[in-house]
Design a protein around this ligand. Structure first.
Ligand code: SAM
Length: 229
């Protein structure tokens, strides 16, 4: 059974989705999408040999080689124009890594592609990339599964300038408006982490650098308090 996290990613596929799942690992997501008829074609991209082999094995085992092309390569490099990809998935990695994959081969991205991104941490780096590259965040979700909280961001190329304020970049334009119980839980836990770090620094030897660090962390706590208020 596919995780709720990846099922939610699939829920954002457009009609007649032609998907590139970058960093596909076992190719679970493309297999599910093809079997459930949520996609008509998929590429499972992997840069590491082990996961690439497990993707091949899984796709062959389910007899899906006609609909899923497993390719070994770095990031977006596995996508060619004749694949007519309209949906890109990059899930289960840190936000900065997802961003670096998008930045490495920007020429592979075409304006008709919907990007469905699921950063494990630092979603802000993806929202910054979206703003800089004129992608609109068309939807966001936050969900909890197995005691972990995940954010999913859906991006589409915009014809007009995209601009987000600092709170929108940090918390997400949709997520901070909704303020779901999961969102509140996520940021309360982040707040607790920041406070733990402050306490640890306070126990150590105090100097100018440690004071500056504490001030920065306190500012971040204050930002969280303002959004949760
Ligand atoms: N996408 C799956 C998911 O969300 O469950 C798998 C996530 S797994 C933690 C991350 C995968 O991305 C690993 O299999 C890793 O080899 C692959 N990966 C990391 N960097 C990559 C890159 N630049 N290009 C392709 N795959 C990459």
């Amino acid at each position: 059974e596919l995780s709720q996290r990846l099922k939610t990613v699939v829920d954002y596929f457009p009609e007649k989705a032609r998907v590139a799942d970058i960093g596909s690992d076992h190719a679970y997501l493309p297999c599910y999408a093809i079997i459930e008829k949520k996609a008509v074609f998929a590429i499972a991209g992997e840069v590491v040999e082990g996961p690439y082999q497990s993707a091949c094995t899984h796709v062959q085992g389910l007899a899906l080689t006609k609909d899923i092309s497993v390719r070994k390569g770095n990031g977006l490099a596995v996508i060619n124009s004749e694949d007519k990809i309209n949906t890109i998935v990059i899930a289960g990695m840190g936000g900065p890594l997802i961003r670096s994959i998008l930045e490495a081969e920007p020429q592979r991205l075409t304006d008709n592609m919907r990007l469905i991104l699921q950063p494990n941490v630092a979603a802000n780096s993806i929202r910054e990339w979206a703003q800089l590259n004129q992608y609109q965040i068309i939807s966001e979700t936050i969900l909890e599964e197995d005691e972990k909280i995940y954010e999913i961001l859906v991006l589409e190329k915009s014809a007009t300038t995209v601009s987000y304020n600092t709170n929108e970049i940090k918390f997400g334009p949709f997520l901070q408006n909704e303020k779901s119980t999961t969102f509140i839980k996520f940021w309360k836990s982040e707040r607790t982490t920041l406070q733990t770090i402050i306490k640890r620094i306070e126990k150590g030897s105090q100097n100018e650098a440690s004071h500056a660090k504490i001030t920065t962390l306190q500012q971040r706590i204050q930002e969280i308090d303002e959004v949760l208020a």
